[in-house]
Every structure is written in structure tokens, then in C-alpha cells.
Design a protein around this ligand. Structure first.
Ligand SMILES: N[C@@H](CCC(=O)N[C@@H](CS)C(=O)NCC(=O)O)C(=O)O
Length: 214
């Protein structure tokens, strides 16, 4: 079967980062389409036709748009089994892998949405209050995941690297300017260091023009 064509709509450092990173790690040929979120391009009709949520990422696969970063990661990891970044359906580790992907998507990533967009749940006037309550909740997630890694690491699936570790690393990166960043937890720091040492990470930084947290 021919390799599908991929076009990633992205904004540097945003939730699209991990999809971009996986495309590079999997050596999947792809095209990048920059979405200027500061200019509101993600809310324009032509982009909403691709992603009605008005957020990045969107991945166009063989001409058809798809969204949700975690779902895109799972799809890509399955589509390139030779890289073994997702346990196969018949693998006993599959359930743990799916658990972590959903756990990060449901329990961790939404807290960052509240941290970056605190006006959304409670209005502009309450933004600081939202942040006040969200910060310890993010820290509790780091504590929980760090404890898991200490017992069963060094990766989320033990000795086995998976797409979930790339996802976790992006989420850790988002905490870099918070009062307590994820890498203050030792096992998380070790996992981040391992993932950041991969050649695909340097390529990702170069292509997205990133320098912070390198
Ligand atoms: N659940 C979505 C969330 C994506 C999301 O919130 N993206 C942010 C950047 S990290 C965005 O596009 N923000 C611009 C906006 O909301 O207008 C996903 O994982 O793909």
C-alpha cells in the first residue's frame, strides 16, 4: 500500500507539536501548513471547514481532515508499525497504552487548556482564580505520573517507548514557565531527557523555530 499523504496544520509549540514530532520520528513524508493563531486564522471559515473546533492540530490524511492530537498520535503510531511506538491490538500492553493516551488526553491536557485560557471556564474577571485552582491540579498530575514511573518506568509502559511518552513530553514542556515545572519531579525529568535526546526532537525544534526547553 502506498504511504498516505499528510498535511499538518500547526502552530509552533501548540498541541500540534507532538503530531509534528511523531511524523518526524516515524519518518513519514508530510507537508506543514502554518496556522497563525495570534491572527485568529484558526477561527476563519476556511480553517473551520477542516476543523470545526477552531484549534490546531488538524492532520489532512489523503485529502481528508482529522483532528484531536491524541487520536492523531494513535493513528500515526499504528500506521507505522515498523517503529513499534504502539503495542499491537493483540499485545497485552495495548490496554495500558490506550489507558495512558486517554488519561493524558482527558486528565492532563484539559488542565492546560484552563491554564492557558482561564477566561473560558469562568470569564475574564475570574481568570486568576481559575489559575490559582488549576496549578495544584497540574502538579498533582505530575506527582501521580512520577510515582508511576518510579515504580514501573522508565517509560509509561515500562521498558518500552511508546507514542504516549512523546505526548507526555509535550505536556511537560507546557509547564516550563509555571511555578513548578514538570521536570522538578525526578522520574519525569529523566523521561523528558531521554525523549529530548532523540534526533527527531532537534529536527522538530529547528522546523518549528523553537528554543525554549531544548
Ligand atoms: N483537544 C484538542 C485541543 C487543541 C487545542 O486546544 N489547541 C490550542 C493550541 S494548544 C489552540 O488551537 N488554541 C487556539 C484557540 O483555541 O483559538 C486537541 O488535542 O487537538
Amino acid at each position: 500500500m502506498p504511504t498516505p499523504t499528510y498535511t499538518l496544520y500547526y502552530s509552533p509549540g501548540a498541541a500540534s507539536l507532538v503530531v509534528h514530532w511523531l511524523l518526524l520520528e516515524l519518518e513519514a513524508p508530510h507537508t506543514l501548513a502554518l496556522v497563525d493563531t495570534s491572527a485568529g486564522e484558526q477561527k476563519r471559515p476556511e480553517y473551520l471547514a477542516l476543523n470545526p473546533n477552531g484549534v490546531v492540530p488538524t492532520l489532512v490524511i489523503d485529502g481528508k481532515p482529522h483532528y484531536e492530537a491524541a487520536a492523531l498520535l494513535m493513528h500515526l503510531a499504528d500506521a507505522f508499525p515498523v517503529h513499534a511506538l504502539a503495542p499491537a491490538l493483540s499485545d497485552p500492553q495495548r490496554a495500558g497504552y490506550t489507558q495512558w493516551m486517554f488519561n493524558l488526553a482527558n486528565m492532563v491536557q484539559p488542565l492546560f487548556r484552563q491554564w492557558w485560557y482561564p477566561h473560558e471556564p469562568a470569564g475574564e474577571a475570574n481568570a486568576e482564580t481559575v489559575r490559582h485552582y488549576v496549578q495544584p491540579r497540574i502538579e498533582a498530575q505530575w506527582q501521580r505520573i512520577d510515582r508511576h514511573l518510579a515504580a514501573q518506568g522508565p517509560y509509561l509502559l515500562g521498558e518500552r517507548l511508546s507514542a504516549a511518552d512523546f505526548y507526555l513530553t509535550m505536556l511537560m514542556r507546557w509547564s516550563r514557565n509555571m511555578p513548578r515545572q514538570a521536570i522538578e519531579w525526578p522520574q519525569l525529568a529523566e523521561l523528558a531527557a531521554r525523549l529530548k535526546a532523540r534526533p527527531s526532537f532537534a529536527k522538530l525544534y529547528e522546523r518549528e523555530g523553537l528554543t525554549e526547553w531544548s
